[in-house]
Design a protein around this ligand. Structure first.
Ligand code: SAH
Length: 275
Protein backbone atom coordinates (compact mmCIF):
# COMPACT_ATOMS: atom_id res chain seq x y z
CA UNK A 1 0.00 0.00 0.00
CA UNK A 2 1.53 3.29 -1.09
CA UNK A 3 0.96 6.11 1.35
CA UNK A 4 0.42 9.64 0.13
CA UNK A 5 1.89 12.25 2.44
CA UNK A 6 -0.81 14.08 4.38
CA UNK A 7 -0.51 17.81 4.59
CA UNK A 8 -2.56 18.18 7.76
CA UNK A 9 -0.01 16.09 9.66
CA UNK A 10 2.96 18.01 8.26
CA UNK A 11 4.26 14.92 6.47
CA UNK A 12 7.50 15.45 4.59
CA UNK A 13 9.64 12.34 4.30
CA UNK A 14 13.32 12.87 4.73
CA UNK A 15 15.09 11.23 1.82
CA UNK A 16 18.64 12.43 2.29
CA UNK A 17 21.06 9.86 3.63
CA UNK A 18 23.41 12.65 4.64
CA UNK A 19 20.78 14.47 6.69
CA UNK A 20 19.70 11.25 8.41
CA UNK A 21 23.30 10.55 9.37
CA UNK A 22 23.74 14.07 10.67
CA UNK A 23 20.73 13.66 12.96
CA UNK A 24 22.12 10.39 14.28
CA UNK A 25 25.56 11.91 14.85
CA UNK A 26 24.03 14.90 16.69
CA UNK A 27 22.11 12.54 19.00
CA UNK A 28 25.33 10.79 20.12
CA UNK A 29 23.44 7.55 20.68
CA UNK A 30 24.62 5.22 23.42
CA UNK A 31 23.70 1.59 24.01
CA UNK A 32 22.01 2.61 27.27
CA UNK A 33 19.83 5.35 25.71
CA UNK A 34 16.05 5.25 25.86
CA UNK A 35 14.85 7.35 22.96
CA UNK A 36 11.56 9.02 22.15
CA UNK A 37 10.83 9.69 18.49
CA UNK A 38 7.88 11.92 17.60
CA UNK A 39 6.40 11.32 14.16
CA UNK A 40 8.35 8.32 12.81
CA UNK A 41 6.48 8.51 9.49
CA UNK A 42 7.68 5.66 7.29
CA UNK A 43 10.48 4.86 9.71
CA UNK A 44 13.58 6.16 7.94
CA UNK A 45 14.99 7.64 11.12
CA UNK A 46 13.46 4.97 13.36
CA UNK A 47 15.41 2.13 11.76
CA UNK A 48 18.63 4.06 12.20
CA UNK A 49 17.99 4.40 15.92
CA UNK A 50 16.82 1.10 17.41
CA UNK A 51 19.88 -0.97 16.54
CA UNK A 52 22.07 1.37 18.60
CA UNK A 53 20.04 2.00 21.74
CA UNK A 54 18.39 0.27 24.65
CA UNK A 55 14.80 1.31 23.85
CA UNK A 56 12.96 3.33 21.22
CA UNK A 57 9.49 4.65 21.87
CA UNK A 58 7.76 6.28 18.90
CA UNK A 59 4.54 8.27 18.81
CA UNK A 60 2.74 8.60 15.47
CA UNK A 61 -0.63 10.24 14.90
CA UNK A 62 -1.43 8.73 11.49
CA UNK A 63 -3.27 5.40 11.77
CA UNK A 64 -2.25 4.17 8.30
CA UNK A 65 1.39 4.87 9.03
CA UNK A 66 1.10 3.07 12.35
CA UNK A 67 -0.15 -0.06 10.56
CA UNK A 68 2.80 0.12 8.21
CA UNK A 69 5.26 0.65 11.04
CA UNK A 70 3.86 -2.31 13.00
CA UNK A 71 4.14 -4.46 9.91
CA UNK A 72 7.75 -3.42 9.37
CA UNK A 73 9.09 -3.23 12.91
CA UNK A 74 6.44 -4.87 15.12
CA UNK A 75 8.69 -7.80 16.00
CA UNK A 76 11.61 -5.72 17.18
CA UNK A 77 11.62 -6.01 20.96
CA UNK A 78 13.28 -2.76 21.88
CA UNK A 79 10.75 -0.80 19.78
CA UNK A 80 7.34 0.36 20.99
CA UNK A 81 4.89 2.37 18.90
CA UNK A 82 2.08 4.44 20.32
CA UNK A 83 -0.65 5.74 18.04
CA UNK A 84 -1.81 9.20 19.06
CA UNK A 85 -1.23 12.90 19.16
CA UNK A 86 2.01 13.57 21.02
CA UNK A 87 0.67 16.88 22.33
CA UNK A 88 -2.36 15.24 23.97
CA UNK A 89 -0.85 12.06 25.30
CA UNK A 90 0.19 11.51 28.87
CA UNK A 91 2.99 9.08 28.13
CA UNK A 92 3.79 8.41 31.78
CA UNK A 93 0.25 7.13 32.39
CA UNK A 94 0.11 5.22 29.13
CA UNK A 95 3.35 3.42 29.79
CA UNK A 96 2.54 1.98 33.21
CA UNK A 97 2.40 -1.46 31.57
CA UNK A 98 5.65 -0.83 29.70
CA UNK A 99 7.96 0.46 32.42
CA UNK A 100 11.02 -0.22 30.29
CA UNK A 101 9.89 2.48 27.86
CA UNK A 102 9.20 5.05 30.53
CA UNK A 103 11.83 7.61 31.43
CA UNK A 104 13.27 8.17 28.01
CA UNK A 105 16.44 10.26 28.30
CA UNK A 106 16.70 11.66 24.76
CA UNK A 107 14.45 12.76 21.95
CA UNK A 108 15.38 12.37 18.30
CA UNK A 109 12.84 13.41 15.68
CA UNK A 110 11.95 15.01 12.39
CA UNK A 111 8.80 16.69 13.61
CA UNK A 112 5.79 18.30 11.94
CA UNK A 113 6.78 21.97 11.64
CA UNK A 114 3.35 23.38 12.41
CA UNK A 115 3.58 22.23 16.04
CA UNK A 116 7.26 22.90 16.73
CA UNK A 117 6.62 25.42 19.54
CA UNK A 118 4.18 23.21 21.48
CA UNK A 119 6.44 20.14 21.05
CA UNK A 120 9.46 22.00 22.45
CA UNK A 121 7.36 23.29 25.31
CA UNK A 122 6.11 19.82 26.15
CA UNK A 123 9.67 18.46 26.13
CA UNK A 124 11.28 21.29 28.12
CA UNK A 125 8.40 22.61 30.17
CA UNK A 126 8.15 26.34 30.72
CA UNK A 127 10.06 28.88 32.81
CA UNK A 128 7.40 28.63 35.51
CA UNK A 129 6.98 24.90 35.19
CA UNK A 130 10.14 23.25 33.91
CA UNK A 131 10.09 19.51 33.20
CA UNK A 132 10.69 17.63 36.41
CA UNK A 133 13.25 15.20 35.04
CA UNK A 134 15.04 17.14 32.33
CA UNK A 135 16.00 15.19 29.23
CA UNK A 136 19.66 14.70 28.37
CA UNK A 137 19.23 16.09 24.87
CA UNK A 138 16.64 16.83 22.22
CA UNK A 139 17.70 16.61 18.60
CA UNK A 140 15.11 17.91 16.17
CA UNK A 141 14.83 18.63 12.51
CA UNK A 142 12.90 21.89 12.30
CA UNK A 143 12.21 24.87 10.09
CA UNK A 144 15.41 26.89 9.64
CA UNK A 145 13.87 30.17 10.74
CA UNK A 146 12.71 28.67 14.03
CA UNK A 147 16.12 27.07 14.56
CA UNK A 148 17.80 30.45 14.23
CA UNK A 149 15.37 31.94 16.73
CA UNK A 150 16.30 29.23 19.25
CA UNK A 151 20.00 30.06 19.09
CA UNK A 152 19.73 33.84 18.60
CA UNK A 153 21.68 36.22 20.85
CA UNK A 154 20.40 39.58 22.08
CA UNK A 155 20.40 42.41 19.52
CA UNK A 156 19.83 39.91 16.75
CA UNK A 157 16.81 40.50 14.54
CA UNK A 158 15.33 37.08 15.27
CA UNK A 159 15.97 37.11 19.04
CA UNK A 160 12.51 36.98 20.59
CA UNK A 161 10.35 35.58 23.37
CA UNK A 162 10.98 32.02 22.15
CA UNK A 163 14.76 32.55 22.33
CA UNK A 164 14.60 33.80 25.93
CA UNK A 165 12.14 31.15 27.10
CA UNK A 166 14.07 28.25 25.61
CA UNK A 167 17.53 29.57 26.50
CA UNK A 168 16.44 29.98 30.12
CA UNK A 169 15.95 26.21 30.23
CA UNK A 170 18.48 24.85 27.74
CA UNK A 171 21.54 25.37 25.58
CA UNK A 172 20.78 25.29 21.88
CA UNK A 173 23.00 24.72 18.90
CA UNK A 174 22.47 24.34 15.18
CA UNK A 175 24.10 21.17 13.92
CA UNK A 176 23.57 21.49 10.17
CA UNK A 177 21.37 22.76 7.38
CA UNK A 178 18.95 20.51 5.52
CA UNK A 179 17.63 21.86 2.22
CA UNK A 180 13.99 21.67 1.16
CA UNK A 181 14.96 19.41 -1.75
CA UNK A 182 16.11 16.74 0.70
CA UNK A 183 12.48 15.94 1.54
CA UNK A 184 9.55 14.45 -0.34
CA UNK A 185 7.34 16.37 -0.81
CA UNK A 186 9.50 19.48 -0.66
CA UNK A 187 8.48 21.80 2.14
CA UNK A 188 8.29 25.51 1.34
CA UNK A 189 11.14 26.26 3.74
CA UNK A 190 14.66 25.05 4.43
CA UNK A 191 15.43 23.23 7.66
CA UNK A 192 18.10 22.76 10.29
CA UNK A 193 19.01 20.08 12.76
CA UNK A 194 19.08 21.59 16.25
CA UNK A 195 20.35 20.13 19.47
CA UNK A 196 18.64 21.39 22.61
CA UNK A 197 20.40 20.44 25.82
CA UNK A 198 18.41 21.15 28.99
CA UNK A 199 20.62 22.71 31.66
CA UNK A 200 20.60 23.26 35.34
CA UNK A 201 19.36 26.81 35.83
CA UNK A 202 22.16 28.47 37.78
CA UNK A 203 20.26 31.51 39.00
CA UNK A 204 16.57 30.92 38.57
CA UNK A 205 14.24 33.92 38.70
CA UNK A 206 12.81 34.64 42.15
CA UNK A 207 9.37 34.41 40.62
CA UNK A 208 9.48 32.34 37.42
CA UNK A 209 5.79 32.84 36.73
CA UNK A 210 6.25 36.59 36.72
CA UNK A 211 9.30 36.31 34.45
CA UNK A 212 7.23 34.27 32.01
CA UNK A 213 4.57 36.97 31.75
CA UNK A 214 7.14 39.78 31.74
CA UNK A 215 8.83 38.33 28.67
CA UNK A 216 5.49 38.04 26.91
CA UNK A 217 4.60 41.63 27.71
CA UNK A 218 8.07 42.95 26.88
CA UNK A 219 8.09 41.39 23.42
CA UNK A 220 4.42 42.16 22.70
CA UNK A 221 5.36 44.88 20.25
CA UNK A 222 8.90 44.44 19.02
CA UNK A 223 9.32 47.93 17.68
CA UNK A 224 8.34 49.60 20.92
CA UNK A 225 10.78 50.41 23.67
CA UNK A 226 10.54 48.28 26.78
CA UNK A 227 9.23 51.19 28.81
CA UNK A 228 6.27 51.46 26.46
CA UNK A 229 5.54 47.75 26.34
CA UNK A 230 5.64 47.58 30.15
CA UNK A 231 3.63 50.75 30.73
CA UNK A 232 0.66 48.80 32.03
CA UNK A 233 2.67 47.42 34.97
CA UNK A 234 5.23 50.16 35.72
CA UNK A 235 5.57 53.86 35.07
CA UNK A 236 8.25 54.60 32.46
CA UNK A 237 10.30 56.80 34.86
CA UNK A 238 10.41 54.06 37.48
CA UNK A 239 11.46 51.55 34.88
CA UNK A 240 14.24 53.89 33.75
CA UNK A 241 15.57 53.79 37.34
CA UNK A 242 15.53 50.02 37.43
CA UNK A 243 17.15 49.75 34.03
CA UNK A 244 19.93 52.10 35.09
CA UNK A 245 20.57 49.90 38.15
CA UNK A 246 21.13 47.08 35.67
CA UNK A 247 23.22 49.35 33.42
CA UNK A 248 20.67 49.03 30.64
CA UNK A 249 19.90 52.00 28.41
CA UNK A 250 16.41 53.38 29.02
CA UNK A 251 15.71 53.31 25.28
CA UNK A 252 16.21 49.54 25.27
CA UNK A 253 13.84 47.22 23.46
CA UNK A 254 13.06 43.67 24.57
CA UNK A 255 15.49 42.30 22.00
CA UNK A 256 18.43 44.08 23.68
CA UNK A 257 18.19 42.19 26.99
CA UNK A 258 20.09 38.98 27.59
CA UNK A 259 18.45 36.08 29.44
CA UNK A 260 20.24 37.01 32.66
CA UNK A 261 19.14 40.64 32.28
CA UNK A 262 15.53 39.46 31.92
CA UNK A 263 15.94 37.50 35.15
CA UNK A 264 17.46 40.47 36.98
CA UNK A 265 14.81 42.84 35.70
CA UNK A 266 12.06 40.48 36.79
CA UNK A 267 13.63 40.15 40.25
CA UNK A 268 13.76 43.94 40.66
CA UNK A 269 10.32 44.58 39.22
CA UNK A 270 8.21 41.97 40.92
CA UNK A 271 8.46 43.34 44.49
CA UNK A 272 7.46 46.86 43.45
CA UNK A 273 4.50 46.28 41.20
CA UNK A 274 0.96 45.60 42.16
CA UNK A 275 -0.59 42.61 40.43
N1 SAH B 1 10.27 11.15 10.70
C1 SAH B 1 9.72 10.96 9.37
C2 SAH B 1 8.43 11.74 9.13
C3 SAH B 1 8.51 13.23 9.35
S1 SAH B 1 7.02 14.06 8.90
C4 SAH B 1 10.77 11.31 8.34
O1 SAH B 1 11.79 11.90 8.70
O2 SAH B 1 10.60 11.01 7.16
C5 SAH B 1 6.25 14.32 10.48
C6 SAH B 1 5.61 13.08 11.07
O3 SAH B 1 4.94 13.46 12.29
C7 SAH B 1 4.55 12.43 10.20
O4 SAH B 1 4.72 11.05 10.20
C8 SAH B 1 3.21 12.81 10.88
O5 SAH B 1 2.18 11.90 10.65
C9 SAH B 1 3.64 12.85 12.34
N2 SAH B 1 2.80 13.71 13.20
C10 SAH B 1 2.16 14.85 12.88
N3 SAH B 1 1.54 15.39 13.94
C11 SAH B 1 1.78 14.54 14.99
C12 SAH B 1 1.39 14.54 16.37
N4 SAH B 1 0.64 15.53 16.87
N5 SAH B 1 1.79 13.51 17.15
C13 SAH B 1 2.56 12.51 16.63
N6 SAH B 1 2.96 12.47 15.34
C14 SAH B 1 2.58 13.47 14.53
Amino acid sequence: MAIRPRKQFGQHWLKSEKALNQIIIAAELKKSDRILEIGPGLGVLTERIFPYVDKLLAVEIDRDLCKKLVFKYGKIDNFLLIEGDFLDLNLTDMLTNFPAFQNYNKVVANIPYNITGPIIEKLLGTISNPRENPLESIVLLIQKEVGYRLVASPNNKVYGALSVKVQYLADCEICCDVLAKEFYPRPKVDSVVVKITPKKIKKPADNPKFLDSLIKLGFASRRKMLKNNLKSIIEPEKLTDLLSQLKINDQARAENLSVSEWIELSNLLKPIIKT
